[in-house]
Write a protein that binds this ligand. Structure first.
Ligand SMILES: [Zn+2]
Length: 529
């Protein structure tokens, strides 16, 4: 092969990235700026603008010895990003990157598919091999500097000219349609992990803040409370028959005397945001991942008050929430006796009675973190006997299935959660004599199931559809619960009111009747109703 200069190689790669890994970006642009006479020139200028930005960014770091590793890593990353954005319309923003950083192999293998492999090979590996094999032209420092300056200066010139020529369009593009930028492959993708690493570093460097160290059980509370909180996964509120869905997805809950809240907003659209956020003292407006990592959460407050706290996990992990309390992993057969194709949520119930019996004093708070409806392989999320709605999508490549098949697989998984919650309630009912027992079920976020071509979850909360942010919240109380403490008819009457994950921190404290300065009765579902 004929040797090529670093500047030319850089130019070719930047054009390749814009041309082949940005289908989702341009598709979404066209929805906001339809192709017509007025928008035409602006739309034509966009790929050129983004190519210029990429050239300028890469021009600063790509030299004789760095250019190959940098471009190869970029091509591989961009090909994966393109796969997710093109097929599922998810964007790779900080939260999504955060998810990728925290996702374990088990979840990642769910997301892998033949199509993804093709994306990786055609858009990533093959061009990377070409770059690897291409010899770099040997030049003097002077020639190199001349070429590089010419390339970068002309990119800056073109960029400035286009921004000025289409000033109004670009102003609206950057100001009013911020989310669109998230689809731009490369520019954001380079910047986002860098920011993530910075955040991660800052989070570990910041000072740790205790919370509710004054918490105590009031002497006036004569009862022992036993509360099981189920943290649900990827369940959207409108899919429960108890909330009015037309398929019987919650036949067991309909029979139990539960209270199902119908207007509950999630804090985020991904597990790694929603789970720490719902346990944190910060509301959705104030919550950041830094604050979540560096502040004690409601489980710590319960510990301060002397409550027995344990977290059982059949999902990925507790996202840092259970770092300072007892934690048991149910993802493998070591602890979980109910494993077939994968370990089932109901396995978490196996040793619960033992746990309750071996803690003869004090209140008990148990968290069960479910695998729930985690996608895209919904069909793997339930044992065979729960395959009630058919035909079912039996692949993780959702685009190969009909809408009916995807929805059936999702609804079958929900049917399994219904049975799991009913079993949890049965267990609590058996402890009616010794405890005031309650169950609190809260899903972390919803899921898009192909509406408007959007799948999965994780869109930035500002423009996420309701299907990703509207979550079910369900409560159940034992007969032994003191009616002075929980006015159930009144609570039931409030079930259609608007709430958010902000309420969970305070509702947990309310359920266990903990006294502390951080408790806000106005946010507690029970005292507020
Ligand atoms: Zn989740």
């Amino acid at each position: 092969m004929t040797p090529i200069s670093t500047s030319r190689l850089l130019l070719f790669t930047a054009v390749f990235l814009i041309a082949f890994t940005n289908v989702a970006f341009f598709k979404n642009i066209l929805q906001v700026y339809p192709l017509n006479l007025k928008n035409g020139f602006f739309l034509l200028s966009l790929p050129i603008t983004f190519t210029c930005v990429n050239i300028i960014l890469l021009g600063l770091v790509c030299f004789k010895h760095t250019i190959k590793p940098i471009l190869i890593i970029l091509l591989l990353a961009a090909s994966l990003a393109a796969y997710f954005m093109d097929l599922y319309n998810v964007v790779l923003d900080d939260t999504m990157i955060d998810n990728l950083f925290r996702t374990d192999l088990h979840e990642a293998s769910d997301l892998l598919s033949i199509k993804q492999l093709l994306y990786l090979i055609v858009l990533g590996v093959l061009p990377a091999i070409v770059i690897y094999k291409t010899p770099i032209k040997d030049t003097t420092v002077r020639v190199f500097a001349q070429r590089r300056l010419t390339l970068m200066a002309s990119s800056v010139l073109v960029l400035v000219t286009l921004l000025m020529a289409f000033g109004n369009f670009y102003a609206s593009f950057f100001r009013e349609h911020k989310p669109l930028r998230l689809y731009a492959n490369l520019s954001y993708f380079v910047y986002s992990p860098a920011k993530h690493l910075k955040n991660f570093y800052q989070a570990s460097a910041a000072e740790f803040v205790p919370t509710g160290t004054d918490a105590m059980m009031p002497a006036t509370d004569p009862h022992r409370e036993l509360v099981v909180m189920v943290v649900g996964e990827t369940v959207r509120a409108d899919r429960l028959s108890i909330n009015g869905y037309d398929k019987p997805t919650t036949p067991r809950l309909v029979e139990d005397d539960v209270i199902s809240f119908t207007h509950f907003e999630s804090c985020g659209t991904s597990t790694s945001v929603s789970v720490p956020c719902m346990f944190s003292r910060y509301g959705q407006q104030d919550y950041t991942s830094d604050k979540g990592m560096n502040t004690e959460n409601v489980l710590d407050v319960l510990k301060h008050a002397g409550v027995n706290v344990v977290w059982l996990d059949n999902n990925s992990d507790s996202k840092g929430v259970a770092d300072r309390v007892e934690y048991r992993d149910y993802k493998t057969a070591v602890n979980n006796p109910v494993c077939d194709e994968e370990c089932r949520d109901e396995g978490m119930l196996t040793h619960l009675q033992d746990y309750i019996d071996t803690h003869p004093s004090g209140d008990i708070f148990i968290v069960l973190h479910q695998m729930g409806n985690h996608g895209p392989a919904y069909y793997k999320r339930y044992p065979a006997e729960f395959e009630q709605f058919t035909p079912v999508c039996k692949t993780n490549q959702l685009e190969d299935c009909t809408s009916l098949e995807i929805n059936n697989a999702y609804d079958n998984a929900l049917l399994y959660t219904d049975a799991f919650l009913a079993k949890t309630i049965d267990l609590l009912r058996n402890n009616n004599e010794a405890f005031e027992a309650a169950m609190l079920y809260v899903s972390d976020h919803g899921e898009s199931l192909g509406e408007n071509g959007i799948y999965l979850h994780g869109l930035p909360i500002l423009f996420a559809p309701q299907s990703q942010t509207h979550v079910p919240v369900i409560m159940w109380f034992s007969d032994s619960f003191d009616p002075k403490e929980v006015d159930i008819p009144k609570l039931r009457a409030s079930r259609h009111a608007s709430y958010s994950h902000d309420a969970i921190f305070h509702t947990i404290l309310g359920l266990l009747e903990i006294e502390t300065a951080v408790y806000q009765p106005a946010l507690d579902l029970i005292s507020r109703s």
